[in-house]
Design a protein around this ligand. Structure first.
Ligand code: NZQ
Ligand code: ZN
Length: 387
């Protein structure tokens, strides 16, 4: 175990916390509020933010789409530069926060913003960011990652910099009351897979990371099982949303991944499924992951067995890892989430070729914990996930 760890994002959690935004941004700052397609106008979050910023000078940029595009975010970059904005407040889900991170970095760079995503331009400066989270899923609100799609080339790419990690994040679970059910489910699945990508790998005896990962998985499993009864009482609904918001945050804030092997192959292949077919991010993962785990069984067996025992409470040694993958798949299906691409597209062979073409074009030819998932292996995984 060898790592450096810091997560300086201040979290302000709970009902009514949006009002505290007024205290977290100095009034001398000129703020650009960035949001999505308008859900915050309908559920009252916009009004709460406007109220909190009444002593500030601020302007707004709306229209960030799910899976935010470079093309859209570059319009916000132009505004940030022209208006000499010096603070970005992201109000939304992972897409808005990721888009805002890109704006924060690109606004401090004179060249084309794609340089930041391609890695040819390291981020050496960024505007400070705050986040008001409205959808629990990605953990973007307190991590240094941003995922942006170049629509022109269907290329979904991420960059990472400590300079774009939000200074603060407001997590008021009440704002999730307006989320459609399928988005809540996407959040459960995405957070679950984030834990898996950092946990179902070669065992290294990291007891704290493993134990905390298992606590998060058990929480998410319980939330999934409670999904249809979550709003039976006001208290149960409040608790359900609070637990999802906090567990999704903890799943990808850097803690459980510190000093342990990671494997983001499901995400890398899933991103191509999203760019090609418009499948929601969380759902793209549920299509790929069970097949990928089965295909990579030799490397995944020990941790799958541990997960079977400690998360699903399975007994016995016989085919324990295989039974664990079956449980994972059944979990997604119990939430109405498809675990095969066939449910999303016609022309199965063509789909496999198209996804592989994307992986190759984006140089994603060595994936997985040990970089051993070549294009041939990705093809085998896709044949299991698609055919
Ligand atoms: O745009 P609006 O109108 O706000 O509607 C959004 C959007 O349509 C809606 N929504 C959000 N909060 C709402 C709400 N509707 C009603 N009430 C609310 N309170 O939900 C829709 C989806 O929002 P989006 O932000 O796209 O969802 P999510 O948080 O799942 O983010 C997905 C994006 O994050 C990236 C994904 O690739 C994808 O682009 N990821 C980012 C990561 C990171 N930064 O660490 C890691 C993840 O693995 C992931 O790749
Ligand atoms: Zn994800």
């Amino acid at each position: 175990m060898q790592f450096s760890y810091v997560n300086p994002t201040e979290i302000h959690f709970g009902k009514g916390q949006i009002a505290s935004v007024s205290k977290h941004i100095p009034t001398r700052r000129k703020v650009l509020v960035i949001y999505g397609g308008g859900s915050i106008k309908r559920n009252g979050v916009y009004n709460q933010v406007a109220q909190a910023l009444k002593e500030h000078s601020w302007l707004e940029f709306s229209g960030v789409e799910p899976n935010p595009t470079l093309e859209t975010m570059d319009k916000a970059v132009a505004i940030a530069k022209a208006e000499q904005v010096d603070f970005i407040l992201a109000v939304g889900g992972g897409s808005v926060i990721d888009g805002s991170k890109y704006v924060a970095a690109a606004a401090c760079y004179d060249g084309p913003g794609w340089d930041i995503l391609s890695g040819s331009q390291p981020v050496d400066k960024a505007l400070p960011i705050g986040a008001v989270l409205t959808l629990a899923a990605t953990g973007s609100e307190s991590n240094p990652i941003s995922v942006i799609t170049r629509a022109e080339t269907h290329h979904k790419k991420s960059f990472k910099s400590p300079l774009v990690r939000p200074q603060f994040a407001v997590l008021d679970p009440d704002v999730m009351k307006s989320l459609p059910e399928h988005q809540l489910i996407n959040g459960v699945v995405d957070a679950w897979v984030h834990v898996c990508e950092q946990y179902i790998n070669t065992p290294t005896g990291a007891m704290v990371q493993d134990g905390y990962a298992e606590a998060l998985l058990k929480t998410l499993l319980t939330l999934g099982q409670q999904f249809h009864e979550r709003d039976t009482t006001e208290q149960s609904g409040d608790q359900w949303r609070a637990n999802l918001m906090w567990s999704a945050n903890q799943a990808l804030n850097g803690l459980i991944g510190a000093g342990v092997p990671q494997d983001w192959a499901t995400h890398m292949i899933g991103h191509e499924v999203t760019t090609l077919y418009g499948v929601d991010h969380g759902r793209s993962l549920a299509i790929i992951q069970p097949s990928l785990l089965r295909h990579q069984m030799a490397d995944k067996r020990a941790k799958l067995e541990q997960m079977g025992r400690n998360v699903f409470g399975l007994d016995g040694e016989d085919a324990l890892a295989e039974r664990t993958v079956d449980k994972i798949e059944a979990f997604y299906q119990s939430l109405g989430v498809a675990t095969k691409l066939t449910e999303h597209t016609e022309g199965k062979e063509r789909a496999i070729d198209d996804i592989l073409g994307q992986l190759e074009a984006h140089s994603l030819v060595r994936l997985g914990e040990k970089q051993t998932i070549t294009l041939d292996q990705s093809r085998e995984i896709l044949e299991m996930a698609v055919l």
